[in-house]
Design a binder for this molecule. Sequence first.
Ligand code: ADP
Length: 349
Amino acid sequence: MRFEELGTDGLRDLIEGTADGIMVVDAEGVVRYGNPSAREMFNRRDLEGTPFGIPLLEGDTTEIEVPAPGGGTRIFELRVARAHLDRSEVFLVSLHDLTERRQAEEDRERARAEAEAAARTRSALLNMVAHEFRTPLTVIGGYLSMIADGSLGPVPDAWQEVVEKVNEKSEELKVMIEEVLLAARLEAGRLESESERLDLRDVVRAAIKRATGRGQLLRAQIRIELPPEPLPAEADAAQVGIILDNLVNNALTYSMPAEPALDVCAERDGDRARITVTDRGIGIAPEQQAAIFERFRRVSDGGGRPGTGLGLAIAKDLARLNGGDLSLEWSRPGAGSRFLLELPVLRAE
Ligand code: ADP
């Protein structure tokens, strides 16, 4: 339909029916016309003949706050244009209600700030608790090793097993506390990488070496496949080590009760290194795969093994901190899993 076809009635319906407020204000600042939406916005039965009360500047877009009938305020966007009516110059004012949008923005902002504050409190709390636990545990560990090495006299045979068990449990507790501390530091953004030039093959070899003791206890077979040429990278060796320890330890844990069979491979793929840890363990059900990288999330407890559910969350954060990423490449219940650690590698010299 063309504009000329609207007719006077059509034009009136258009102006009176629109959700935006439309007003005509004369050069003296007196309202000459206000459509129903404008009347509703200012909560006035009629506006005509009243002073508009807000300085008008052509081409201006301003926001005004108007008291709402039930308390609070409403926010309108106000636009001004100049027009001629009956040969006199007037201002055409249009008002658009922004109250709901502003409210939604404020709600979102408040929710974000609250979530941030909650995360800060949580990481401060975790940090404090873990620190407090660390000290007595160190003391316990000290006495335990004094018992174990005979400094406090010969250990009765009947005690041997108990001492070993207590030692093992205190080690588990120590690992968990260190995990909580690390997670708290990562969450607070207080962990940085100390990058150095390294060959990722050495980092993989070192991790396998650290896992040998536990691997032997579990009668695990760990196969390792590394390229003949170096995988040079700028990364934090300790942090990459933590990632690998996590993957290898999980692969051992979640293979039980069977004897674990692991494949640890590293290869270059363009400017990235692909390091995979594959097991033939219990696997992860498809519907649970998305959750395993969440903090404190444990899908299976590995047959009663204590854990914080933080390991993979930490490992992924550390991978990203070092410019890479960590993902679950595949997993099938009963068949096993493969985790993929990608890290940037430097060009070979
Ligand atoms: P934790 O081992 O302390 O429970 P993680 O963050 O390391 O925490 O792992 C989270 C969950 O992911 C584990 O509870 C386990 O259910 C699952 N998971 C991790 N690695 C494997 C794996 N190799 N095979 C099967 N499940 C795994």
